[in-house]
Design a protein around this ligand. Structure first.
Ligand code: MN
Length: 494
């Protein structure tokens, strides 16, 4: 990951005189320093904007700065917005209007007309907001005091989205094999995905993977097996046959990782219908890659795989993206009496949300016609979260997000040979499922315990894709109306 920064662009104009402008500059430095202290990415202040040419120049520079993940604006004084039109018309970075004020209160004695002229963001940011609305530029607005933690937490979430958007623009995904035969929802327009989301989705032969596996050294395999022993409980792997199975997964993992890293890919997909030359479907091999921050989804589902990689980088839990609590998930089974959904996958469940140390187990896989693969098995941690699905609805992408609460699994399910996750969806299992199915959401999702629905809405706005939220207030009738209106809106947008 790059060391991203955010540019703090503070609006004013020449009318107020040097003394006032100097004060605006000093206040802006104080705000930027505080924000840099509390936010995950630093906020850099350059200068007070006083003219059309200065604004145009700073926005052009921000566009060209690779490490600039977004622009935060604040109008300490009034800053007439016609000055901003030329600059904003060039803006290519995510934009946050931070509506704050240098002082938190109205000072009874000190307030006079000079004070009011200096501290008039209440007035300046409204003018600034107008030009954003008039120019129809995608933007986030956050209002509140700059030293208030609840406010800076929201800015932190937005920063993570902006970094996710920047990462999205450079994402490369490696596909081994095509989509699972006959499946509809995992298909999609890769050209449109690159235009809107920046994703470079390309194919590599499974034969290339098999070739690479033949080049892996004993030393590399020993190191990988030592890593498995450190991360996972291997007590069930005792026979020589089981050890050989685990060794084969290690070789698969090392080879996949090599190919991904050589090409700068941070996400991949494969399918059990194209395993030519492989003895096992990658199980723990894929799970361990996901634990290290690589995106993955099964059955050739490149859309979900890419979204996993991006959401891992948008999570708030992480010091580094590999700690992000986002994972590939699939809806499998319901407890209709208690309103609970059971999610899993046939092998590839990401251990980032494991409650305890995962166990390595070897079981037959009834699908794909290969040897029994090793996989890690575990239960999820509880907590509030979301599931997200990106679908190609024809002419555009639709991002569907549902709020959920992960719960401790209600049963032990001793014969289930895969990792499992249980959650209660909003507003309820059945109403939520009705909304989801009406919107066309997939059975594959990204489940996250540290990315919020507000962040996903911000991501959709930045990327210019459709967004549908299913939360405690959703009803099928309301979702249906929203979808009809969206169809019209997106047709008009062309
Ligand atoms: Mn699947």
């Amino acid at each position: 990951m790059k060391n991203y920064v955010f540019w703090f662009v503070v609006g004013s104009h020449m009318l107020y005189g040097d003394e006032c402008l100097a004060q605006v500059g000093m206040d802006a430095v104080r705000i930027a320093e505080h924000l840099s202290d509390v936010l995950p990415y630093p906020v850099e202040f350059y200068d007070v904007m006083k003219s059309n040419s200065e604004i145009t120049e700073i926005i052009s520079k921000a566009n060209r700065a690779d490490d600039c993940a977004g622009v935060i604006t604040f109008c300490h004084t009034f800053s007439p917005s016609k000055m901003w039109i030329n600059g904003l018309s060039l803006l290519q970075k995510p934009w946050l209007i931070f509506h704050t004020q240098f002082n938190a209160d109205i000072p009874n004695e000190a307030i006079d007309m000079d004070y009011m002229n200096l501290h008039q963001s209440a007035h300046g940011d409204r003018e600034h907001g107008f030009i954003g609305a008039r120019m129809r530029i995608p933007r986030k607005v956050i209002a509140g005091y700059w030293e208030d933690n609840a406010v800076t937490d929201r800015i932190a979430d937005w920063q993570r989205v902006a970094v996710g958007a920047s990462f999205s623009k450079t994402l490369k995904l490696m596909r081994f094999g095509d989509n699972m035969r006959e499946v509809a929802v995992t298909e999609g327009d890769k050209i449109e995905a690159q235009i809107k989301l920046g994703w470079q989705v390309n194919t590599w032969g499974v034969g290339k993977l098999v070739e690479t596996m033949e080049t892996i050294s004993q030393k590399e395999i020993d190191e990988k097996l030592a890593e498995y022993a450190d991360r996972y409980d291997l007590s069930a792997i005792t026979s020589d046959k089981d050890k050989e199975t685990l060794r084969y997964q290690a070789v698969e993992e090392i080879a996949i990782r090599k190919l991904l890293d050589e090409q700068g890919c941070t996400a991949f997909s494969n399918t059990f219908q194209d395993l030519y030359g492989l003895r096992q479907l990658p199980g723990i091999a894929t799970q361990n890659l996901m634990a290290d921050g690589y995106g993955y989804a099964g059955e050739g589902d490149w859309k979900t795989s890419a979204l996993v990689a991006i959401m891992k980088r948008m999570g708030k839990t992480n010091k580094s993206y590999s700690d992000g609590l986002s994972m590939f998930m699939e809806d499998y089974n319901y407890d209709l009496k208690q309103g609970i959904c059971l999610g899993a996958h046939m092998l590839e469940v990401d251990p980032v949300i494991a409650e305890n140390k995962p166990c390595v187990e070897i079981h037959p896989l009834g699908i794909g016609d290969r040897e029994d693969p090793a996989r890690i098995v575990f239960e999820n941690k509880p907590g509030k979260g979301i599931v997200a699905s990106l679908i190609d609805i024809g002419g555009r992408f639709r991002l569907i997000v549902q709020e959920i609460e992960c719960i401790k699994p209600t049963q032990t399910m001793p014969n289930l040979p895969v990792a499992r996750v249980m959650w209660k969806p909003e507003p309820s299992l059945t109403i939520g499922a009705e909304c989801w199915i009406i919107a066309g959401g997939a059975h594959h999702t990204v489940l996250s315990l540290d990315v919020t629905s507000e962040q996903m809405r911000d991501f959709a706005r930045i990327m210019d894709i459709e967004f549908i939220l299913i939360d405690k207030n959703s009803t099928p009738a309301k979702i249906e109306e929203e979808l009809i209106i969206n169809d019209l809106v997106w047709k008009l947008k062309g």
